[in-house]
Structure formats: C-alpha cells, structure tokens
Design a protein around this ligand. Structure first.
Ligand SMILES: [Zn+2]
Length: 402
C-alpha cells in the first residue's frame, strides 16, 4: 500500500487535481508535513537556502576524509553530482576526494515499493549527508529516514522543501465525470476547492516533481546551498555549479515546451501506467491519464482500463506509453482494448518515470531522461521533434506513428 494510506484508484482512474496554491490553508494542515520544519523557500536562491540548512552535522568536510553522501534516487544523485562538479572527481590529489556519492536506487528501480537492504542501512549509518526526494516518494523508507534524522543526521528531503504553492495536491475522491480538469487547470475557486478536498478526506502530494524542469532547477539550487553549508570552503563552487546546471535545465524546459506544443491539440493526451507525469502535464499543457494512481502500489481495476480505452478511441490518440520502472501489464491491457474496438494504437515507447536510464548513458542523466521522454512523446503522438532529441544524443529513435 501507499504510505499515506489506501490509494484506491477512482472509478475512472482519473483524478481531480488541485494546485496547492488554491488550498494553501488546508495544505498547511496536511499530516505529511506535520512533522517537518518550516520549509525554506528555495526560490530565494542559494544564500537564503543556506541560511536555513537542515539541522545536522555542520562542516563535515573539514574532518579530513571525504564527505559521504547518500542519495536515495538517481535523480537526487544527479543534483549532487552537478552541484559538486569537479569536486566530485578528487582534483586535489593530496586531500583525496572531497565528496563520495552513493545512490541507493539504480536503473529501473521503483522507489514507491523500495525497501532498504542491509548494505543500504550501513551506507546510511555512515553517511554525513543524506539526500531524499521526499513527498513520500520513498514510502517504505520513511521510518528509517525519520530515525536517522532524529539521531542527528543531516537529511535533506528536497520535495518537501519546494515552494508549497508549486506542489501538486491530488484528491482521490470525486472526479467521476469525463473530462476532469487536467493538472494545473484551476477548475474551482479557492473556497470550492477547499470544500471539495475537505469532503474528500484523502489528500496526497504528488511526489514526481522532477517532471517539471523548473522545479528540478529550484531543487538544484537548493542542493547546491546544502552542500555549500556542509563544505563551506567550497561554497562558491557549489553555488555556481548549481546555478549553471539550473540554466541547463531551463534550456531543456524550453525544448520540451516546443516539441510538446507541436503535437496536434486533440492528440495531446499522455496515457501511462502510473500517475507520474502530473507535473509535466501542468508545465506543458498536456493531458495525462494513467491506469494506476500516484503510487505503483495502487491497484488498477477493470473499469480504469475500460475508461482509458474509451478516451483513446474517441480522441484518436495514436500511442500510449509504458514506464521503465513499472510492469507493462496494465498498458498492454489498454492497447488490447483499443484494438478490439478496431482502432489503431501503438506503445509509443518506454518513458522514464521514477528511474533514470543506465548509468553512463545519456538517458542515465536527468537531462537525457527528460529529453528522451518529451521527444518520444512528441513524435509518437504526431508532433515534431529531432529524432535524436535536443542534443542529438538519444540512443533510441522514438517510434513515429504510422
Ligand atoms: Zn511514481
């Protein structure tokens, strides 16, 4: 089960989403944030972020050995690697490496159901800094992370520190009518939304914030500030590296906007296994529908599949997508259903939702993963994009609809 409780899929497999900004007051009362300290506003930049460092071990870089960092997901590892830049590669031969990074979840690993191994526990125990994606993505690690934090470890949960009005809040109840508002569409006024959510009684923060490049750029700056705090001698380097990476992410953001906008509007529907693309939807105005909910631990029902089949058939959506870290079973059922109606649909490719590609490949980086996703989506749905992506580096050519 999902850590926040039963994530029952709604009757339609389509959930009504609300921006937290609409319901800021309610959001502040969410139990998932109850035990967190007040979140610093990471949009204020590195110096503001640094002033609010998560209580921890102070300047652990000055003790002689390398600063040992453990990141839960590969996305988080990317933030550390880029903020560290050359500091990661031990340029100071006499001093040894300044930073040592270990990532717990590798290629194709689903974070929602991930459990710590014994060796993970040792790594975490020995870590100076622990970087977590947060917003309950790593649901099964919550207890261990809370214990580590309580023991004085410097744990940064990035998602939980994003500006609150940028975090997507999802309600599982309601939304039984066709054409539920797509993510980010303010469908109700604040009072209406608040009432609706209160009645629903079940709220969740969508943890997949990296799908909005602007939020991931904010996270990059926040992590730069966090490292600068821990290794203050190199503070300027972390800050400037993080700022440079944030700029690269913004370039990717512009590319993504262009290629996704080239998809004919009627076909701008992204159908995937689980609900990992809500932030992409909000950022780029593409409707997202999934068979499962926010967590891969939620169950999909026959009706969820049938409703997606109807949507795809009626709108002439040419392609649906599987995910590298999720079983393709439910999407295969959707494809079979559409074809049984005599309509053509293909699996347009495997998207990277919660895991990056293989280490050492372009798709094994955040930029490469996002480039792959948006290029694959655009081409499969009938839009225009360079076949090898924004940088000509994609290893697989996306399938074009025939
Ligand atoms: Zn997910």
């Amino acid at each position: 089960m999902h850590p926040s409780g039963p994530t029952t899929v709604t009757d339609l497999g389509v959930r009504r989403r609300f921006l937290a900004g609409v319901v800021l007051l309610l959001f502040a009362c969410l139990p998932i944030f109850a035990c967190e300290r007040a979140a610093p506003n990471s949009s204020r930049g590195p110096s503001a972020a640094r002033a609010s460092g998560t209580g921890g071990t102070g300047n652990t870089g000055g003790t002689g050995g390398p600063l040992k960092i453990v990141a839960t997901t590969a996305h988080m590892g990317e933030l550390v690697r880029h903020a560290a830049g050359a500091l990661m590669d031990a340029p100071h031969a006499s001093a040894g490496p300044r930073l040592e990074l270990r990532v717990l979840m590798g290629e194709g690993v689903d974070p929602h159901g991930y459990k710590l191994t014994r060796s993970d526990a040792v790594l975490l125990d020995n870590a100076d800094l622990i970087l977590v994606s947060g917003l309950r993505l790593e649901g099964k690690l919550a207890e261990s992370l809370a214990q580590l934090r309580a023991s004085g470890k410097n744990v940064l949960q990035v998602g939980d520190e994003l500006p609150r009005d940028r975090v997507i809040i999802v309600s599982d109840a309601g939304a039984t009518e066709e054409g539920a508002p797509k993510v980010g569409t303010p469908g109700e006024d604040a009072a209406g939304a608040a009432q609706h959510l209160a009645a629903a009684g079940e709220l969740e923060a969508d943890p997949h914030f990296w799908m909005d490049p602007e939020l991931f750029a904010l996270a990059a700056v926040r992590v730069g500030g966090w490292l600068a705090d821990a290794d203050s001698k190199n503070a300027d380097a972390y800050d400037s590296n993080a700022a440079a990476y944030a700029q690269e992410i913004k370039n990717l953001d512009a590319y993504a906007r262009g290629v996704l906008a080239s998809v004919p509007e009627q076909r701008r529907v992204l159908v995937t296994s689980h609900d990992a693309f809500g932030y992409l939807s909000r950022r780029f105005g593409i409707t997202v529908r999934s068979v499962q909910g926010l967590s891969t631990e939620s169950e999909a029902g026959v009706r969820d599949v049938q409703d997606l089949v109807e949507l795809i058939a009626s709108r002439g959506v040419p392609a649906v997508f599987v995910e590298t870290s999720v079983s393709p079973r439910t999407i295969e059922a959707v494809v079979a259903g559409v074809r049984a109606k005599g309509k053509a649909v293909i699996v347009g490719g495997a998207l990277f939702s919660d895991a990056l590609g293989a280490p050492g490949t372009y798709e094994g980086t955040y930029l490469g993963m996002m480039d792959h996703n948006v290029t694959t989506i655009a081409i499969a749905l009938g839009g225009q994009a360079p076949p090898r992506g924004m940088a000509g580096k994609l290893t697989q050519k996306p399938e074009r609809v025939r």
